[in-house]
Design a protein around this ligand. Sequence first.
Ligand code: ZN
Length: 250
Amino acid sequence: MKNSIIFLFILNSFFLNAQVEWKKEKAKCPICHHEQCFFVPAQNTASMDIEAQYQLIFFPFTEHQSVFSCRKCNYSALMDDFFDVDTNFANKIENVDISGFAVGRFKTYLDMNVTDRLLIAEIMYQNKDLDNEFWCQFYRICAYHFERQDYVIEAEEYREKALKLSQKMLTDRNYSEGREKEFLLISGSMFYYLNEVDSAYTYVREASMRTYTGNSRKIENVRAKENLLTRISQQFSVQLRKEKLESLSK
Ligand SMILES: [Zn+2]
């Protein structure tokens, strides 16, 4: 009896975690001021997707609803900076050509393909002053969603870009001091999804042995991040080792 209650509890909590509810909220597009519905998570949910965690992509960016677009003017960005628009940026993107993307009439932005929304967002972001860390994360998010939509070549191109940036940050003391573990893990992950398992194992294993101590340029919960990176890199490292051994025994 006791066991079945525990089992039910585990099952329930898994179900609750896996099910993400998004609620509608009305807001005006910061560019054309057209009022429409956007979807925001009803609660903060832990990502259950281990593949996403290996790529250091977390909820809500694992879900396509998190890429906002205006159904009227097509301005697009990730949900956390969609409304972060100043006059300088608005002027810059006024004449940016996004014709050919997301063509059609849409009830809400969810009817637009997420790959189109991301392509437009990429063009928009090129008009903002964003650092390597932003772009590395954005390219990983793009790769993740493009792959889910079966755009394998595009996903590969985004991963190559993310890999280049993570390697660049790793050698840049400004970024990497105290954060080597994170950039080693991202590099290893990108190598893995680019089918370079040997390099992936080297980087992920190295990441699993380092300690994340944070960097004064960034305010964050260092201990929570260290725990998270340790859990992911250790689990990933075990999986990669297994894959290597299996390929050797073939
Ligand atoms: Zn708009």
